[in-house]
Write a protein of this length. Structure first.
Length: 123
């Protein structure tokens, strides 16, 4: 019988003939190592999007919309380069959304913050 070695730690594998790792820890370590580089970029973007959403949610609170100065908005740490979608209204104005929370540039260096009504799920 051919000897097989763990792909993560190179220890001798005992057990089934198709086994590739000596235990779950080695399997997890191997898969984490493989996926860490490609996923780190996505993880960084998702972290920024979650932070932006948290900021907009905190600024709006229970209000449907709110006017805020550009300076105040940027002081919160909002990264305006990261958003999930854009919406152009009938007037041609472009809202930038981070999930359900959005902002629109309006007069005199101010922004209008809004919350989009999300459809409720039907069971």
């Amino acid at each position: 019988m051919e000897k097989k070695f763990c792909l993560a730690c190179s220890a001798l594998i005992r057990g089934r003939s198709d086994k590739r790792f000596c235990d779950d820890g080695c399997r997890n370590a191997h898969n984490n190592k493989i996926n860490s580089v490609p996923n780190s970029f996505v993880r960084q973007i998702n972290t920024t999007l979650r932070k932006n959403r948290r900021i907009l949610e905190g600024l709006l609170g229970d209000e449907k919309n709110r006017k805020i100065s550009r300076e105040s908005l940027l002081k919160t740490g909002l990264d305006m380069d990261y958003f999930t979608n854009q919406l152009r209204n009938a007037k041609g104005q472009v809202y930038f959304f981070v999930y359900e929370f959005g902002y629109l540039s309006i007069e005199h260096d101010h922004f209008l913050l809004v919350k989009q009504n999300l459809p409720t799920s039907v069971s």
